[in-house]
Each structure stands twice: as C-alpha cells, then as structure tokens.
Write a protein that binds this ligand. Sequence first.
Ligand code: KE4
Length: 415
Amino acid sequence: MTVAASLDWRERAARLFPGGVNSPVRAYRAVGGEPPLLLRGKGPYVWDEPGRRYIDYVGAFGPLLLGHGNAAVAEAIATAAVMGGPFGVTGPGEVRLAEMIRARMPSVERLRFVNSGTEAAMSALRVARAATGRELIVKFEGGYHGHADSLLVEAGSGAATLSIPGSAGVAQAVAAQTLVAIYNDLASVEALLESHPREVAAVIVEPVAANMGVVAPLGGFLSGLRELTERDGALLIFDEVITGFRVAPGGAQELYGVQPDLTVLGKIIGGGLPVGAYGGRGELMDLVAPSGPVYQAGTLSGHPVVMAAGEATLEQLTPDVYAKIDQQSARLEAGLQMNGASVARVGSLLTVFFRGQPPRNFSEAKTSDATAFARFFHSMLDAGVLLPPSQFEAWFVSAAHDSPVIDATLEAAGR
Ligand code: KE4
C-alpha cells in the first residue's frame, strides 16, 4: 500500500469515526503525531503498511499475553467459526472456559459472560446494589473500570463530598452516587465509609492499578479493603480485567491472597476477541436473571468462537510460561532504569514513569513529565518499539517477548 493509500485510510477514518478512532487512546492525543497504520502481527512483532517492524508492548492493551497471531488460538477460532452459531442456548465452550476460570479463581463460584470489561463492571455493581439494598459505590481516583455512567466520575471538591461527572453526558444524580477514594490510602476509604455508614453497596478496585500507569498496592492495602468492607457490610469488587490470569495464574487475588466478593474479568479470557465476565459467591450470582431479580442480558454473550479463543489461551498459560514471562519482564525492568525516570512493575505489567519515584496514587502519577514521556514514546517508535501512547497505560510483556526482543528493546531505550 502506498503512503497516499495510507493517508486515504486516515482521511476516510476521520470522516467516519470520532477522532478517526474506535477508542480514544488510539488517537495518540497524549503523545502527538499520527498513529502508524498497522496491518499484521506475529508473536511480539507488528508491521505497518510500509512494512516497518515494531516490537509491540501494547498487546491490544492486555489480551495478547501469548503475543500476536498465536497459532493454537487462531486454529481454535477457525475451527469454531466454521461450526456455525451462536445457537441461542448454552454450549460446551462456555462450560469449558467457565470451569477453567473457576479452577484458577476459586472465589468465582459462578459467573456470567458478557462482551466487554465495561459490561462486566457495570453488571457487578448492579448485583452489589441488589445484594446489599444500598446505592452508593466507592471507586478510586485514577481507577478505570470501563465507561458505564456510574464509573465515569471524578472526585468532588472535598474528599468526602459527592462526585461530579467525569464525562459529558453523565447525569449529576448518577455521579453523586459514586464516591472517590485515594488508591493505597485506607484512611480515605474509611473516611468515606464513616461519612456514609452502611450506605455503600461496594468498593471497586483494580487490585494492581494499571490505568494510572502501573501502581502496585502497598502492603496491607488490599487486605485492609477486605476488612473495611466486611466491617461496613459493603461488597469488595476486584476489577481483574487487566490483572486476571496475567499477574498470576489466579490473578491478583491469588498473588496477594485477598478474596473479593465479586470479580470483573475481560481481555485475556477472550484471547483477543470481545469478552467480559463477572462472577463471585454463588448466592450473589444467583441474584442474576433468570434465577434472580437482577436483569442482565447479552446477544453474543458466551459466543462459541470467543470461548474457543479464551480456552486455547488459558490452556497455554502454564506455570513455566508465567515464570518465563516474569523473568523477561524483570530483565526489561532492570534495563530500563535511567536517570530522571522510575520503573514500576508487577509481573508482565510495567510502566516507565518520568518522575523520580514510582507513584503510589493518581495525583503522584500525574506529576510525571508528560513531555518527556512523549519524547521517549516517539524515539522508541522511531527505533522500532511500539509503546502504549500514554503515560497512564501499562506496557504489556507477552510470552513471545524472548531474550533477543528484550535486548533489542533495551538497546532502543539506551539510544
Ligand atoms: P473494555 O470495556 O474496554 O473491554 O474494558 C474496560 C476496562 C475495565 N477494567 C479495567 C481495569 C480496564 O483496564 C479496562 C479497559 N482498559 C483500557 C486500557 N487501559 C482499554 C483500552 C481502551 O480503552 O481502548
């Protein structure tokens, strides 16, 4: 395809989609410049239309833990696709994938498949409100759980005041039912629960924050949330859309040994195809229609091709694959230490922050030097390394990022 042809794609996209993209982060507003037109990927690599190769650390923003174009996943998709369907009734693919999820995450006794992390988080909140009869939700500044109205809010003026919409089009009344705490700050959660005693249905948290860049939970933070919610009668929801089956075989709840009441999943369990899931204690999930009064539905939920891709993905995620990914990620982290920057890492999630120390919360993360990040992003792109186009996204290392790939990344960073 000629450069003119690629310009043509961009012009046509600009006329079709808001910002020329189907998800905002893809527009490169935070780093400037035009996104490359990427046509093919294999393993750790992607190629653009002129045929330039990049090492990819976007990994579809999380799903591609096995890298691009994994043969077994592609074959499972092809085999399922020619079987026809979906059939409008439960199939073996849904059962098999759900059993694999439950085997790895025992807190997920029962679950429901949906088609995105947004749907999963939104539905988990609905279950929590029904289970507790309460209306308020607590989330964390810098935590992202998809674009459902009640999760697109910002902290109000004072810490304990009601939230304001974080997006145009979110009703004030909806925003007011979500309270915003500070990540890694149990006192901020306690203050909210004390100012609204027994009114909070659930606290929803990314057990490893990955939407402010990677911010690990400080010791005692997650277990502290478990105690505070139990004491107040609120449910604890872990949003493991990113961490699930990435930071450990059983996700962050295995890594940190804290069991939530409900878990939100997505990304990896669909092997790169559209998916989400929410689940938890049996008596909570049995509140969901048709067994209970909480309505939630989805035309393509549990799609056999998506289930096949998820099953083929989880099957390959053996303990030694996790060990290898962690080893390569540790090498990358060590090699990226450079003056003026700090590296945060949990497993194969990693962020280079352009500030002296890794941040402990969103307000600290926001003090990173965005200009320096943008410069670093473009110099890495020019050197053939494709990073997520925002200081507040995580780098995703895959099983396909072997030693030569890590070495090439570090060589580019060195330059
Ligand atoms: P989706 O609705 O985009 O499938 O999932 C929403 C979601 C829920 N929870 C967490 C912790 C998430 O990170 C996400 C989505 N992640 C972003 C990247 N950080 C998706 C990329 C994008 O928005 O284009």
